[in-house]
Design a protein around this ligand. Sequence first.
Ligand code: F6P
Length: 328
Amino acid sequence: MPKSIEKIAVLTSGGDAPGMNAAIRAVVRSGVYYNKEVYAVYRGYQGLIEGDLERYNARMVSNIINRGGTILKTARSQEFRTVEGRRKAYENLQKYDIDALVVIGGDGSFRGMKIFAEEFDFPVIGIPATIDNDIRGTDYTIGFDTAANTAMEAIDKIRDTASSHDRLFFIEVMGRDAGFLATYAGLAGGAEDILIPEKNRGIDTLVQSLKRSKRSGKTSSIVVVAEGEKSGKNVFEIAKYVEEHLQEYEVRVVIIGHIQRGGCPSVFDRVLASRMGVMAVEALADGQFKKVVGFKSNDVILYPLEEAINEPKKINDNLIRIIPILTT
Ligand code: F6P
């Protein structure tokens, strides 16, 4: 019979995302509520390898629900990619007699968690937190809503200049290999076109559609480009190509960058993180391991870790379909 879960460790890993603190708070407080001992690990897997752990009580997570970033700090640990690194991490968990690990992070963190759980037969639960929203099996990841709003606000501001100067702006948003942020921020910001890695329509199609819209009376335009766009060109090269083939516009490029990762989390992200954190602890108490907490049809769910990382998450085709309709 598997050992009952009495001591839980929690860490944040990979890129920080707004709402991670709300998730840490929820894990710590629900752990205390269910009479578990909760240990916080600093600097993600790297801190686990170095034994950087501390016992947390409910008061140690006061006043953090509203804060961006992660109070536990985060890292992209290279050492955890090695068997030796993972063994050190396991030994530290053994040293503190910890029974289970909650990982708050994105795709890369979940892959590491899966290898670790299988190597050492260690109980784990993942809470998806990444501004990229690229984890399969959950409609939303913690941090995406806040980041999309930040990107949208930036687009709104750039629109003022675009329309005042009759310019064409290319705005690059984050999203390593995924176009969720670009699609949502672009749709919400009224972008003329959105270039995402999932759909490569070719740069000449973009030039033609910008020409058409110019002829139809548009005086300025915004094109949102996902960082991971796969046309083989970066945003500056795309902008240069378009400027050479569309002399009607003066072109500018803006990269929003890490601004999208910061700031206080939205209502949605705080509530999502709180619900997911509680669900993670309740799942462990219930003997459910190697699972991910997801969000579907307005409810938190549990699903197998494999499902989250085996295949890339797809963007709803209907979101992409309506973009040209709305920019007619
Ligand atoms: O995964 C989140 C993310 O912000 C991606 O969108 C981006 O490609 C990456 O992290 C940047 O990572 P770093 O901050 O380590 O440069």
